[in-house]
Design a protein around this ligand. Sequence first.
Ligand SMILES: [Zn+2]
Length: 200
Amino acid sequence: MKSKCLECLSIDYDVINFEFVSDKKKPNGEAIIIKDAEMCRCQKCGSEWMSGAQIKALNEKIEELSYESLTPARIAEIRESMPFKTKADAAKFFCFNHKAFIKWEKGYSSPNKSADLLMRLVARSEENFNFVKELHDKAFRFDLADYHFLVKAEAVQVDEMNEHTYENNNATRSKEDKSYLWMINPTDNTADDYAMPMAA
Ligand SMILES: [Zn+2]
């Protein structure tokens, strides 16, 4: 998207490079210096600014350079802290390639960001570990109750529908009692619009 001079509002500008030194550090403690950061310089008045896209690009570079992935030693520690008999068992649990831990712990390759994130999540709590174990036990069958935010979102939907129904029907039922939603059949709606999975 075209940018525009903040001082004189001219749309004639050059894109110039400059060196940006970030407050953030690389994982090894080195300063993060972006040598080819971009900004705009107005051809008319000479004032300089960064467009939204330039700021975003710079932030992404800094984020990438400051990102600290798990080291081979950490990966080994994390795996050994959990109840796996072999590296292959651990790999299976995480749905990684069966040689993943062998390669990562020897430093032949590194986990990608999502694998790194998954190890951190599973190692974080017994609850997270057990959830993955349960998923394996039930062959990854989907169960709404497993998903906190989804359960919450559905509850909000039911509440909103309740309020809507109160207004329309002047109902006097308890807000906690949602069972009647199954039975109503408003003239301007089909019953299907109100059908929803009931909590057991
Ligand atoms: Zn200008």
